[in-house]
Design a protein around this ligand. Sequence first.
Ligand SMILES: [Zn+2]
Length: 148
Amino acid sequence: MMLVPHTGINAAAGRLFRRPAAAFAAGVLAHALLDLVPHKDISAHKAEGVMVFFMLGLVGSSCGWNSPAFWCAMGGVLPDVEQVLPWTDPARGKRRFFPTHSRRLHSLPLPGARRYRTSLLIQSAVSLAALALAVSTCGRHCRRKVSS
Ligand SMILES: [Zn+2]
């Protein structure tokens, strides 16, 4: 999956958790689940990286750097770091370690998957909606937390 949905969807999912550590663990798990969904990928790592830094910055600054939303998003981003590291690059004969980054599990080849896989447009739209939800609903929660 593109890294942008991992960030946005996880940030929204972070609302389900109270402790940052639990949110982080769930975030890593959610990364695996989203990777299974048949989807298109792009290899514009730099552009995606910039977007993701921006999204993480937005979540951190609006929800708090120690918020479940931020750490759930971080859990979603972290596994894909190995996609850009030279020492886990299959093109250089190295292997990747995250289970859903293997060929068999990434974007499950279900019947009709090629035809109906999630387009980049849908992924981006869902990501932005999720990000907006995460950022717009965390404000109250955080302020309450800070004042208590
Ligand atoms: Zn991944």
